[in-house]
Design a protein around this ligand. Structure first.
Ligand SMILES: Nc1ncnc2c1ncn2[C@@H]1O[C@H](COP(=O)(O)OP(=O)(O)OP(=O)(O)O)[C@@H](O)[C@H]1O
Ligand SMILES: [Mg+2]
Length: 257
């Protein structure tokens, strides 16, 4: 059954179409990788899923409802420019994230609750190789360390839908592989639905169950901004990358006329 459903989605900025006719049906627990040229609207698509932007036309539903306007536990996000709370230490950032995702908040006595959050935070610090930096403030971390912290923060908040915008860009190959493993473990544990934008096709296929390609099907060389992008390929990454849905020539012709 479809969990995230996108129907005839259009997004226009200042009269310029960015996305057009995006249709998508994603089952719960699916890992969706998104690739596409710079500026084609991938981050815009994530912001639409996050309800930070409203569609110009069309509709998005999550579990049958429009995405909530207020940030809540439903969706976690790691943006291209990752963000953590600068006034909290690394460890406090993780404790705060765990508290956000806790389902038993208020049931346990507060001291036991605090201890549980600390244990999760300490395990995560260990897992991302930052156990020695727990008392440091984010500003003193390297870019890659801040990125690892931001990823860990969104993972331990256990959102139902995790939105990742080029989350692994600043990481060296070894750290990147270990963060991949961490992401897949937590995703499996909480049956998260994940949308991840990446410029690395092999990463998209390694992590994704599906790989979507955003591109323009209409192009006017005299008016390069006349048309928006849509999903041109939808690969089944678990089946040798066989496209199970792509725009047929007939569809392209129908859109083009
Ligand atoms: N708030 C906004 N107002 C006006 N135009 C915007 C806004 N946000 C994005 N755009 C434009 O929409 C287009 C798509 O931007 P977006 O950031 O979604 O691309 P992207 O696919 O994520 O690119 P990249 O791979 O470089 O991150 C760009 O042309 C951008 O300038
Ligand atoms: Mg982007």
């Amino acid at each position: 059954m479809s969990y995230v459903t996108v129907t005839d989605l259009h997004k226009t900025y200042a009269g310029f179409p960015i996305l057009e006719r995006v249709n998508l049906s994603v089952e719960k627990g699916t890992f969706v990788s998104i690739v596409g040229a710079s500026g084609c609207g991938k981050s815009t698509f994530l912001r639409l899923l996050l309800a930070q932007e409203r569609p110009t036309r069309g509709e998005i539903t999550i579990d049958g409802q429009p995405p909530a306007l207020e940030p809540n536990r439903d969706r976690g996000i790691v943006f291209q420019r990752y963000s953590v709370f600068g006034h909290m230490t690394v460890r406090e950032n993780l404790i705060a994230a765990e508290a956000l995702g806790a389902t038993v908040w208020g049931v346990l006595p507060s001291r036991a609750r605090r201890k549980a959050a600390e244990d999760v935070a300490d395990a995560a610090l260990e897992r991302i190789g930052l156990a020695h930096m727990g008392k440091a403030y984010p500003a003193s971390l390297s870019g890659g360390m801040q990125q690892r912290l931001a990823i860990a923060q969104s993972l331990i908040a256990k959102p139902r839908i995790l939105l990742l915008d080029e989350p692994f860009g600043a990481l060296d190959p070894g750290t990147r592989a270990s963060m991949h493993d961490f992401l897949l473990e937590i995703k499996a544990e909480w049956d998260m639905t994940v949308f991840m934008v990446t410029h690395d096709l092999s990463e998209g296929f390694k992590l994704g169950d599906r790989v979507l390609v955003f591109d323009k099907v209409r192009w006017d060389p005299h008016e390069p901004h006349a048309y928006g992008a849509t999903v041109t390929y939808d690969f089944d990454a678990r089946n040798g990358g066989i496209p199970f849905q792509s725009l047929s020539i007939e569809t392209v012709e129908e859109i083009t006329v």
